[in-house]
Design a protein around this ligand. Sequence first.
Ligand SMILES: Cc1cc2nc3c(=O)[nH]c(=O)nc-3n(C[C@H](O)[C@H](O)[C@H](O)COP(=O)(O)OP(=O)(O)OC[C@H]3O[C@@H](n4cnc5c(N)ncnc54)[C@H](O)[C@@H]3O)c2cc1C
Length: 410
Amino acid sequence: MESLLTDDQRKLRDEVRDFVKSVPRQLLLDMDAGVAPYPKQFLEEAGRRNLLGLRFPKQYGGRGLGWREEMIALEEIGVLSTSLPCLYSLVSIVGEALTHFGSPQQNERWLRPALAGKYAVAEALTEPRGGSDFFGAATRARRDGDCWLLNGQKRFIVGAEGADYFFAYARTSETAPPHESISSFIVERSPSVEVQHVYGLLGMRGGGTGRVYFRDARVPVDNLVGPENGGAIVFNQMMIPERMTSAGGALGMARAGLEIAARYADQRKAFGQKIRRFEGVSFKIADSLTQLDAARALSYVAAHAIDTNDEPGRVRRLVSEAKKFATDTSWKVINDAMQVMGGIGYTNVYPIERLLRDARLLMIWTGTNEIMNLLIQHEYYNELGRPSSLSRDVEADAAGWELPEEKVYE
Ligand SMILES: Cc1cc2nc3c(=O)[nH]c(=O)nc-3n(C[C@H](O)[C@H](O)[C@H](O)COP(=O)(O)OP(=O)(O)OC[C@H]3O[C@@H](n4cnc5c(N)ncnc54)[C@H](O)[C@@H]3O)c2cc1C
């Protein structure tokens, strides 16, 4: 993709690489070992370097860049695996809601300190009763004077450990249909917001993932983001960064796994020659590289579609495709990297086993890849409802076209 990048984008990439290089190796090891529960210093350093929320307005401390730039940054940060990139991405996800639906006062109060790395944020969507069925949320917000009172629980919340505030959704109407009964709030950390650590995770360790209880959590009316009962539009907007950040991080993880395995195969010998000389090994490298380049290209197209305000349905389709393909690819590339390395790839002598554990999550979170399929085919059928994109009636280019009695559909 090198030829697609501008000089400024290359400069940004170098800047992000420099930041990634500065992350202490021991921090990664401690996070994976569960010794470092929440790496606040990582966010502070990213904020100090003005690398958080690259797409957001300069007036709040962002850089006013586009999705292409964010994807470039995300891929670089992705080589740190999932926990740190996820904490990095949460600023982009929560910031999306604030910049699209927040008032200037809300952006001053909540976005600016998040971009500066001073406030850590978390997003609280998923509930014990279900993540895919988001609009079935059971957390409730009841109006009480100039506050809302939130009650309910959220689970699997990354960054819950260190969050200064949560971007949370709750039901605000008991009578409206599900898509018109949810609202979104900024919920500050307080004694009525309890975080519990109950999960033993396969990967994604050290990101402060917790269960969050709201127990009569008082939320000032000023902390409602977007319209009351209008959480659906906020949710749909947030799903763009939610899924694009998964895609971007996945590219970095896969690139790291592939490079480690390819270098190994160029040194390791079996039967008197380097293992990369065996077709069983070198073709895995070739397939991985091809798939990774294709995943990156698709992700860049999705980024371009967002940046150029393409129609919402097509943006949703491309973003879902990018999330699905990049995360499936990441899993496959890293799994093949382990195969290329044989037994040593399964040990912690190399980080492939950690990348593999972490990559597995990418296909589950931010909307499972089955949910991505649901969205992709849905949007495609919407597109098919319009005049055909084909320049001619290709269906008629068949010798048996004029046999209508053979065209039986039911
Ligand atoms: C480590 C970790 C970190 C996370 N971080 C966060 C976070 O920070 N904030 C947050 O809010 N959430 C977070 N999540 C939650 C995550 O997004 C959900 O787990 C995910 O959306 C799936 O929801 P679920 O686990 O309830 O599974 P379910 O929704 O119960 O789905 C179970 C299975 O059913 C399938 N399925 C469900 N509905 C359909 C359908 N209509 N068509 C086809 N298949 C379907 C799914 O694809 C899946 O295979 C995190 C999860 C984990 C494990």
